[in-house]
Ligand binder design. Structure first.
Ligand SMILES: Nc1nc2c(ncn2[C@@H]2O[C@H](COP(=O)(O)OP(=O)(O)OP(=O)(O)O)[C@@H](O)[C@H]2O)c(=O)[nH]1
Ligand SMILES: [Mg+2]
Length: 530
């Protein structure tokens, strides 16, 4: 790990200067950097970032002196973790300048299974080895690092060698339910939750999102869990995300980006795809970095600065052009929809729009009412594109029912724009059927979150009927009480129970004398894209 000669050299100089002296050694034993610190610590030079180098080590080890033979400090371990050093070693500097005790630390091997539920903190993240002096230290750097790297590699292949991204989910909001929802979103995005890290204080570090200690923990967890991405349960400022990425080498994804990613995977219609792309571009514009623009950081310095700017500007201009053309196209699609809706209005067909928190059972309700086949699943944001079904009953008149994208708490403004098609539908609705999952312990909060979004969209003047869905999952009393409380209707869309009640109450609310539908669920005619 270190030759006795080098060790002695370091301690001698250290004693003379009264400062810590360190060297960064490559695996070949060649000195890459020499660092002179003060009496208590050293600051390592910028050794560049090791991006996405999951489970890989830098191939550099820090060997340095401690003037009083103090044990490895938190700073030492921080350097080890954040810089992904092979190991960090401290050599005691004896009063006569000779090397004394030696202590080293390296990352502990990863847990046995990569997917094991995370309580990683019961496992010590570091392995520490001590020896009374350099001569008595039995430690084979090469063999140890090879074994460690193999251990980490094995974890990936154990994970089923999927090409799924593995994420460390970082919770900064103390609320457990909020964190659960973030995990749900991550799974809905098709990303594997490799591990989690939470912070109990709801404090966000202004520069790096989390403080130094948490950064270290996150890097360690990500290495041990082979995660290459950190997903946050809050939104990050562009500079924060960048600082976090620089400090940890992990890709940082915030809540908006996560939701956008789910949207992108769900969008099926042309409309939906264009809107999601637009939202993504608008999101990425202020976050564009030189690296994304195809300029490596090595190209900086003399002669590098000018072109760097230019490449970025080209990137920005391309994005802006694309945004403009997307907006134009979306606008024209919106006019077409407007025409269709105007026809509908002229015909005097009442519109019922199904709204509600994501996964409440909106699509299931539409399917139950109209016998259609909108995809419903236990996933967040299964539905993105609004679907309208027109039901025609020769004697009783007709009604249009629209299924819409689900809402979610703290929906960022940029994302609301992505719902444009949905919003237009809602603006037309005569009655909003607000579906809630009556079996959800968070029902009340979700109901409020949806109401809040409606206010933001200036749709709170619309008539609403609360539909307490999934009544089959709770005691009848509970469902009944909730229905009373919210002046709504309890039913089970999946079991097709209580649908007649819903129709009945909806009719009342719309103030129609004649029933809207005589037989729900068996439409006389059904037309997509009404
Ligand atoms: N037990 C029970 N499950 C239901 C009921 N209605 C819907 N579900 C289930 O709830 C899950 C979500 O249903 P969806 O209809 O996809 O919900 P959604 O509100 O359209 O969700 P998004 O489109 O993702 O926002 C599915 O697994 C449904 O099978 C119900 O009445 N009872
Ligand atoms: Mg749906």
């Amino acid at each position: 790990m270190v030759s006795p000669e080098l060790a002695r050299h370091l301690t001698e100089i250290s004693r003379r200067l009264g400062r810590q002296i360190g060297v960064l050694l490559g695996r070949d034993g060649v000195i890459r950097h020499v660092i002179v610190g003060n009496a208590h610590r050293l600051d390592l030079p910028d050794v560049g970032r090791l991006r996405g180098g999951v489970g890989r080590f830098r191939g550099l080890r820090l060997v340095h002196t401690h003037l009083k033979g103090e044990p490895l400090t938190q700073d030492d371990l921080n350097d080890l973790a954040l810089l992904r050093l092979d190991l960090v070693a401290a050599i005691e500097t004896l009063p006569d300048g000779l090397p004394g005790r030696i202590e080293l630390a390296h990352l502990a091997p990863p847990p046995a299974t990569a997917t094991e539920e995370i309580n990683g903190h019961d496992l010590a993240p570091f392995e520490r080895i001590q020896a009374p002096d350099v001569h008595q230290l039995k430690f084979d750097v090469d063999a140890t690092m090879r074994a460690l790297e193999q251990e980490f590699a094995r974890i990936t292949s154990d994970a089923g060698a999927t090409d799924k991204e593995r994420a460390l989910v970082v919770g900064l909001v103390p609320d457990d339910e909020h964190f659960e929802e973030t995990l749900e979103l991550v799974r809905s995005a098709g990303v594997t939750v490799a591990g989690t890290a939470r912070q109990r204080r709801s404090q966000v570090h202004p520069r790096t999102v989390v403080g130094a200690g948490k950064l270290q923990e996150i890097v360690l967890e990500s290495m041990r869990r082979r995660a290459s991405v950190a997903i946050f349960d809050i939104d990050l400022k562009p500079a924060q995300a960048r600082a976090f990425e620089d400090a940890t080498g992990l890709k940082a994804i915030d809540r908006t980006q996560l939701i956008l990613d789910v949207f992108a995977q769900r969008a099926k219609s042309r409309d939906g795809k264009l809107q999601v792309e637009l939202a993504q571009l608008k999101y990425s514009l202020p976050r564009l970095t030189e690296k994304d623009a195809g300029l490596s950081r090595l190209a900086g310095g003399i002669g590098g600065r000018g072109p760097g700017e230019t490449v970025m500007e080209i990137g920005r201009r391309r994005i802006r052009d694309r945004i403009a053309s997307l907006e134009k196209e979306i606008e024209s699609l919106s006019r077409q929809r407007d025409l269709r809706r105007r026809r509908r209005r002229e015909e005097g067909v009442p519109v019922l729009s199904i709204i509600g928190y994501t996964n409440a059972g909106k699509s299931t309700l539409l399917n139950a009412l109209t016998g259609s086949q909108v995809e419903a699943a236990d996933k967040l944001f299964m539905t993105l594109d609004p679907t309208s079904r027109r039901l025609r009953f020769p004697r009783e008149g007709e009604v249009v029912i629209t299924d819409t994208v689900g809402f979610i708490a703290d929906l960022p403004k940029d994302l609301i724009a992505a719902f444009r098609a949905t919003l237009e539908e809602l603006a037309d609705a005569d009655l909003l059927l607000h579906v809630v999952d009556v079996a959800d312990p968070r029902m009340e909060q979700k109901l409020q979150a949806v109401e809040k979004i409606l206010r933001e969209l200036h749709l709170d003047d619309r008539q609403r009927l609360v539909v307490l869905n999934k009544a089959d999952l709770v005691e009848p009393d509970v469902a009944r009480a909730q229905a009373e409380r919210h002046n709504g209707v309890a039913l089970s869309a999946a079991k097709r129970q209580g649908l007649a009640d819903l129709i009945h109450v909806a009719e009342e609310r719309l103030g129609r004398e004649r029933p809207l539908m005589k037989e729900y669920g068996r439409p006389a005619e059904e037309a997509a894209g009404v």
